[in-house]
Design a protein around this ligand. Structure first.
Ligand SMILES: [Zn+2]
Length: 326
């Protein structure tokens, strides 16, 4: 009888307890991490309604991925976006850019021109065709969940992983876009596979008078010889990433970044031609061009690269590590 009891005990240990220990050992860290984040919020300033609300941190990341990258993109590109969005948000809460004087009382805002765009689940679903809603939301949720807690570091410091829609074939150095010293992991790299995207090429046409009006808003003394436009506009310097560094328009010498802003061009990678009294800008890419190109990330994912390889390509020298958030 005693032996039977021992046998039963051994069988119970083999069937129940050992598997439990194995499961705990393999999945424990990720589970603890997820449990630990329950109820941890980020303060978000909703720029359209002018209010601050708290959003659960990983829900916030989901809403950013839904707003910032097409859900039709490859899952590895969506994962890369999730890790970049999480790192950006973490920096805004704990890093050098916290607190942000642009929205006191909030860690981030929903203005894509300032922080990161964000959509609620319902808003995201409404943007997608009815037949794709379930698939897309599950895809985005998986991209966020499967990378939970992962952040991008450069030499043990949290990185600032900026991104843009389409580089036009090559990304840009941070110092060429924003004043300040160069950032080692934000340097121009070739970004193949973007040419077939609808955001690769765009065109902007201006009558010379219109062009003048736009420039005069910032430079009231702007002048141009309307009878000799072809000789009044010239690209004087391109940088190593093939973007316009400086150009002359009329009596002004302007930075490429300034021309982009004044004329609302999609990027600084442009050429122009003059036709009669019209100036036509032909623009490659969409966005500031620094860091990860979302379109390029999608192409690399389609070629079999995983999200870590994609992030390490666009942010040279970084590491992706799991961090116990909060
Ligand atoms: Zn902001």
């Amino acid at each position: 009888m005693k032996y039977i009891l021992y046998y039963c005990l051994i069988i119970i240990i083999i069937i129940l307890i050992i598997p439990l220990i194995i499961i705990k050992g393999c999945g424990g860290l990720k589970k603890d991490l997820l449990d630990d984040k329950k109820g941890k919020n980020i303060k978000v300033f909703f720029h359209r309604t002018n209010e601050i609300k708290e959003v659960e941190f990983e829900d916030y990341i989901r809403g950013v991925v839904a707003a910032e990258m097409p859900a039709s993109y490859n899952i590895e590109a969506l994962k890369a976006q999730a890790v970049a969005a999480r790192t950006y948000a973490f920096n805004k809460i704990y890093g050098t850019s916290s607190p942000d004087p642009a929205h006191p009382g909030a860690d981030v805002c929903t203005d894509s021109a300032h922080c990161q765009a964000w959509l609620s689940r319902d808003e995201a679903l409404n943007n997608w065709p009815a037949s794709k809603r379930g698939i897309y939301w599950d895809k985005i949720s998986w991209a966020v969940r499967s990378t939970a807690g992962e952040l991008i570091y450069f030499q043990d410091q949290i990185a600032n992983p900026v991104f843009h829609a389409n580089s036009g074939g090559r990304t840009e150095n941070a110092e060429n876009v924003w004043a300040g010293s160069s950032v080692p992991y934000l340097k121009g790299v070739d970004s193949p596979g973007e040419v077939n995207s609808s955001s690769y090429l765009s065109q902007a046409e201006f009558i010379v008078g219109q062009l003048g009006e736009k420039i005069k808003k910032v430079y009231p003394d702007f002048q141009i010889d309307e009878k000799d436009v072809a000789n009044s506009i010239k690209i004087t310097e391109r940088n190593a990433n093939d973007r316009v560094d400086t150009m002359v328009i009329g009596n002004k010498t302007l930075k490429g970044t300034e021309v982009r802003k004044l004329l609302d061009l999609k990027s600084t990678n442009f050429t122009f031609e003059v036709s009669g009294n019209k100036v036509i800008f032909k623009v490659k890419g969409y966005g500031h061009g620094v860091g990860m190109s979302q379109c390029g990330a999608n192409y690399q994912a389609q070629q079999g690269k995983n999200y870590k390889e994609i992030l390490k390509y666009y942010y040279g020298g970084v590491e992706i590590s799991l961090k116990l958030l909060f």
